[in-house]
Design a protein. Structure first.
Length: 155
């Protein structure tokens, strides 16, 4: 099984504490997910995120309904957290989110390690392009939410 990696960084002009708080609210995952994925939580969200929290959701990709469960494997506010797929379409999915103070704002990092069933062609022609498209969308949304003139919208 080949492990692939996707890494991205995005600088946002806000304090790390504020950016981390946004990511700590799982409901914001819906805002960061493209509408074409038809993302929705399966179980109601209760309480505060912490290590061991399970999140169940479903989405539709290329017409296929996918159920997914993530566990918060590491929770270190406001520096980082890691979610890993416990049930879902990937053979491996581990997503580390990092938050570093930089130049008066926050550098948001994503590192995803994943393995896909179906081999090299599925990775090259479906999974990698879809993931790049999803993270480009996510960055556009974050830049819009946290642009300097929209302070009230991000609170």
């Amino acid at each position: 099984m080949k492990i692939h990696q996707l890494q991205t960084e995005l600088w946002l002009p806000r304090p790390r504490k504020q950016i981390f708080a946004f990511f700590a609210d799982p409901q914001n995952l819906e805002r960061l997910t493209p509408t074409w994925l038809h993302f929705e939580f399966v179980t109601p969200l209760k309480g505060v995120i912490r290590q061991g929290t399970l999140l169940d959701y479903r989405l539709r990709l290329h017409g296929i309904l996918l159920r997914w469960q993530s566990e918060i494997a590491v929770w270190e506010p406001p520096h980082r957290f890691v979610d890993r797929q416990t049930k879902g379409p990937y053979s491996v999915w581990v997503h580390e989110h990092t938050f570093k103070e930089r130049d008066g704002g926050t550098l948001v990092g994503d590192r995803v390690e994943y393995a896909v069933p179906g081999g090299r062609l599925v990775q090259k022609f479906f999974v990698a392009p879809d993931l790049q498209r999803i993270f480009r969308y996510r960055h556009r949304v974050l830049e819009e939410i946290f642009k300097p003139e929209s302070r009230a919208a991000a609170s």
